[in-house]
Design a protein around this ligand. Structure first.
Ligand SMILES: Cc1ncc(COP(=O)(O)O)c(C=O)c1O
Length: 404
């Protein structure tokens, strides 16, 4: 028995975040149910045959889809403003599915050099083994993106803002370059989420998510998703998913589904704290520079404000002062190790503030020269700002900064 009301058209994003879902209520439950089942019984053999052949809708097996996963997909698609969405086991699972669904040997990808390290490895090394070519370009130099296009270019891949330097690229301009070349543009929207930035409205064809970050928002599950047109998802991605099994578990989908309900207020509150913390750090005598799109000193500040609903997001990084790489590293470690609140961990997107040293963790496998080229110095500290009181966060950073 379905008891949920039919949603009227034209609802605002805040409303869709708490209401959009597949109507599967059985007992009038107000929270969406969690369907923790691997398979679905069929009423009879004829129906089973039609469903397996794709001639009739109906749930079959949770590797294909599941009502809880479908509810998460429907809610995220509503927030991103796309026709459809497909959940995946992780953010990297989403990028794997994207590449498997869209590319074949001999195709070419143009990707920003500043995207998440595993994304570069997956595209360049793993898909490279299967004959996919790739070129990596400057995040912000549109001329480089244009110059990298070849007749076999099928996909442009961008992430904005990037981790940890928060570089911002122009989504609309990249969509124009991609479409002019007959290629698609995929944008990793992990840092801004649809609460701040809707890449589809700016021309992106596919939006990539690590649900592990802000969509969950409380550091509980690993999850991912791709948002795109129904044609692309039904025609290119679902067939691969059915065979490849990079499936989002119903439990993780349910956690993300409920996380989406508070996404807007979390992003706003965490961005507000990040801006205040960034401004405070920028004025601090022990800080050499701050990287945060919400600051006027950020090289793409105006673009970021246009593209990100006037907000900078919740991730910032800063360089502590120091004359040599050894001193820079010692000072950065001092700031990190003197914190008593912030978590030293590899994630971001949590309501608990997270602090890391990119040069020795996420970018630790690069040589000093490669890190230098990427602008990741030993002095860099990244902070993914959570929901703690700002005074407590400032006090937590002051402890170490005062010792440098
Ligand atoms: C921007 C970005 N994209 C994708 C991923 C991969 O997500 P997951 O860890 O869920 O596989 C990450 C993870 O840190 C990320 O920061």
């Amino acid at each position: 028995m379905a008891t949920r009301k039919q949603l009227p058209p034209g609802l605002h994003r805040d409303t869709l975040a708490v209401r959009a879902a597949v109507d599967k209520s059985q007992y009038g439950e107000n929270a969406e149910a969690l369907f923790l089942t691997s398979s679905f019984t069929q009423p009879d053999s004829e129906t089973a045959a039609r469903r397996f052949a794709g001639e009739e809708d109906g749930y079959i097996y949770s590797r294909f889809t599941n009502p809880t996963v479908a509810s998460m997909e429907q809610r995220l698609a509503a927030l991103e403003g796309t026709e459809a969405c497909i959940g995946t086991a992780s953010g990297m699972g989403a990028i794997l599915l994207l590449c498997m669904g869209l590319l074949k040997a001999g195709d070419h990808v143009v990707c920003s050099r500043s995207v998440f390290g595993s994304t570069i490895k997956l595209i360049a090394t793993e898909f490279g083994r299967f004959g996919v070519e790739s070129t990596f370009v400057s995040q912000t130099d549109l001329a480089e993106w244009k110059a990298a296009i070849r007749p076999n270019t099928r996909l442009l891949f961008a992430e904005t803002p990037t981790n940890p330097l928060t570089e911002v690229c122009d989504i609309r301009a990249l969509a124009d370059i991609a479409h002019g070349a007959g290629a698609l543009l995929a944008v990793d929207n992990c840092f801004c989420t649809p609460a701040l930035q809707q890449p589809a409205a700016l021309g992106a064809d596919v939006i990539v998510h690590s649900g592990t970050k802000y969509l969950d928002g409380q550091g509980r599950v690993v999850a991912g998703a791709l948002c795109a047109s129904s044609d692309l998802i039904k025609g290119k991605l679902i067939p691969v998913m059915r065979s490849a099994g990079i499936t989002l578990s119903p439990f993780n989908a349910w956690v993300v589904l409920k996380g989406l309900e508070t996404l807007g207020i979390r992003m706003e509150a965490q961005s507000r704290r990040a801006l205040e913390l960034a401004a405070w750090l920028e004025a601090h005598p022990k800080v050499a520079r701050v990287h945060y799109p919400g600051l006027e000193s950020h090289p793409q500040h105006a673009l970021a404000m246009r593209q990100q609903s006037g907000q900078g997001g919740a991730v910032l990084s800063f360089d502590v002062k120091g004359e040599t790489p050894d001193v820079m590293r010692r000072n950065a470690f001092r700031v990190i190790d003197s914190t008593q609140l912030m978590s030293i961990t590899a994630n971001l997107g949590d309501v608990k503030t997270i602090i890391t040293h990119p040069a020795s963790t996420s970018h630790g496998r690069l040589t000093e020269d490669q890190r230098g080229a990427a602008g990741i110095r030993q002095s860099l500290v990244r902070v993914a700002v959570g929901l703690e009181h700002l005074d407590d966060l400032k006090a937590d950073l002051s402890r170490g900064l005062d010792l440098t």
